[in-house]
Ligand binder design. Structure first.
Ligand code: MLC
Ligand code: AMP
Length: 489
């Protein structure tokens, strides 16, 4: 049985003034616990709460407050446009939106917020594909000066800690239900694999609305008791300045670090550099080793499973390999007879509890004998090391470590009145891993207008980086678009 999720918050060195730093603002664990207690008191009893996940101390306070009160958290990307935000709020049925200092102003872009301290209306403004009026949501500003001692009981470990919205190949993102015990099990397994302790200072600048930045990057620090420096953005110079022992990044971040040799060399004094969320290219692995003296730890995970495979602090680290299963995880590769590669399937204590309100999608993500189907193609070497070869579906794109469904971007493009047909793919890209390329049949609209249109409807990272105009999409005899026949980007 794991310890309660937020155990280390109440530990004796809780008054260290820089236990937590986010984008240049610091606070102690004691201050965090007090302000989070005040949040917990305000939202206790709510079925679910949305958090506008800016990289701020307020976001961390909001998340901790909700976890204290046992209210599941729905992180909302701060740059999500009205279509995406309204979908998340509506689908999760969140009636409260916790926001940081910018929250009230931003919410006010759609509808004026109430006076400070009083809940005001917020939520999505524009209709997405004729989705109707915005979901009614009350904005609750987080005030770091407030203090309350939270004395509520420890929530049920089986209860949801998070509802994380994540893209599928088609349609709008689905809410993955992540339990408190899954988070605790994953963080304990990672602490063991990486020898991660309260002696560490964790540094990263990843977004606070996904598994990597939020679950590992915030709750991991709070559970192990390590200091956390969140750099606001994952810029190489900011990583260099932070002087940490443990660093997290997506491969794009590590690629940028290798392009900044001074910053890279400053990381030599760290204990462990960890890469994940997308494949780390072998040249980036080698450049990192040359510049920092560290062979990076690579780990593999998914929103639905949390982190399941990793190389270890005390073990071999091999370019192109994501190591062995974490404690409690079992893996298998469903390969056809005679083949070495096939779909990676998993079981273990870190798996999600299904997609909110989508029983069919949940059932479809498991095999008949109860293993989770990752959709990733993998091979397992005789020594147990796992290699991720690619994805089964080309309609899930990984760009800068973000998972993006081709269908969601296609639907956003089709919402533009000038677009008649759209097909979206991920094209190889040196820095981003893949970049989003859109092929459209459209008249009277420019590439820049379409890119801005998508950036305005969805999160900015879901915008195509390139748009190609075609007279018609290649289709088969049944009329289905044939993405393999699209011209090169
Ligand atoms: C550019 N910008 C625009 C725009 N064009 N804004 C609006 N409309 C347009 N048309 C602006 C952006 O707002 C931003 O502004 C700036 O340009 C740069 O944007 P970008 O080019 O999209 O960002 P980039 O620098 O390319 O981002 C790289 C990155 C980012 C690495 C920082 O991709 C990132 O943070 N990735 C992390 C993803 C992640 O955490 N994934 C984990 C998933 S969990 P401004 O002002 O903001 O600079 C998971 C499980 C696991 O996968 O295993 O971990
Ligand atoms: P997300 O749900 O955003 O967490 O994305 C999960 C997906 O990211 C996985 O299904 C993989 O395709 C990919 N992924 C995560 N970590 C790695 C890694 N180390 N190597 C290759 N792919 C990865």
């Amino acid at each position: 049985m794991s310890a309660p999720l937020l155990t280390s918050l109440a530990e004796p060195d809780g008054d260290r003034p820089d236990a937590l730093t986010v984008a240049g603002r610091s606070c102690s664990r004691e201050a965090l616990l007090g302000a989070a207690g005040a949040v917990a008191a305000r939202i206790a009893g709510a079925p679910v709460v949305a958090v506008r996940a800016t990289p701020t101390v307020e976001t961390v306070t909001a998340v901790v407050g909700a976890l204290l009160a046992g209210v599941p958290v729905v992180p909302v990307p701060p740059d999500s446009g009205p279509a995406e935000r309204d979908h998340i709020l509506r689908d999760s049925k969140a009636a409260l939106l916790l926001t940081g200092p910018q929250g009230a102003e931003d919410a006010g872009r759609q509808a004026p917020a109430g006076p400070a301290g009083a809940p005001g209306p917020a939520g999505g403004g524009g209709p997405a594909g004729g989705a109707g009026p915005a979901a009614p949501v009350e904005t609750v500003p987080v005030d770091l000066a407030e203090r309350a001692a939270w004395t509520g009981p420890e929530p049920d470990p089986k209860a949801a800690a998070f509802i994380l919205y994540t893209s599928g190949t088609t349609g709008a993102p689905k809410g993955a239900l992540i339990s408190r015990r899954a988070v605790a099990a994953d963080l304990d397994a990672l602490a063991e694999a990486w020898a991660w302790t309260a002696e560490d200072t964790l540094v990263h600048g990843l977004p606070l609305f996904h598994v990597h930045g939020l679950v590992l990057g915030v709750l991991g620090a709070l559970r192990t008791g390590s200091r956390l420096v969140h750099t606001g953005r994952p810029a190489p110079a900011a990583y260099a300045e932070a002087g940490g022992s443990l660093y997290f990044g997506v491969p794009t971040v590590w690629h940028r670090v290798t392009q900044d040799p001074d910053a890279a060399r400053a990381l030599s004094s760290a204990r462990l550099l960890v890469s994940g969320s997308a494949p780390l290219p072998a040249p980036v692995f080698r450049d990192l080793e040359l510049l920092t003296g560290h062979r990076p730890v690579e780990r593999y995970g998914m929103t639905e499973t949390l982190i399941t495979l990793s190389t270890r602090a005390d073990g071999e680290r091999r370019p192109g390999y994501v190591g062995t299963p974490l404690s409690g995880i079992r893996t298998r590769v469903a390969a056809e007879e005679g083949a070495e590669i096939g779909e990676l399937q998993l079981t273990g204590p870190t798996l999600f509890d299904g997609y909110l309100g989508r029983p069919e999608a949940t059932t479809g993500s498991y095999t008949e004998d109860g293993w989770f189907r990752t959709g990733d193609i993998a091979a397992i070497e005789p020594d147990g090391f796992h290699r991720i070869v690619g994805r089964a579906s080309t309609d899930l794109i990984k760009s800068g470590g973000y998972r993006i469904g081709a269908g969601e971007v296609e639907n956003a493009l089709l919402d533009h009145p000038a677009v008649r047909e759209a097909a979206v793919v991920g094209a190889p890209h040196e820095d981003l891993g893949q970049q989003i390329v859109a092929y459209v049949v459209a008249d009277g609209v420019s590439e820049a207008e379409l890119i801005d249109f998508v950036a305005g409807q969805l999160s900015v990272h879901k915008r195509p980086r390139t748009v190609r105009f075609l007279d018609a999409l290649p289709r088969n005899a049944m009329g289905k678009p044939q993405k393999k026949l699209l011209p090169p980007a």
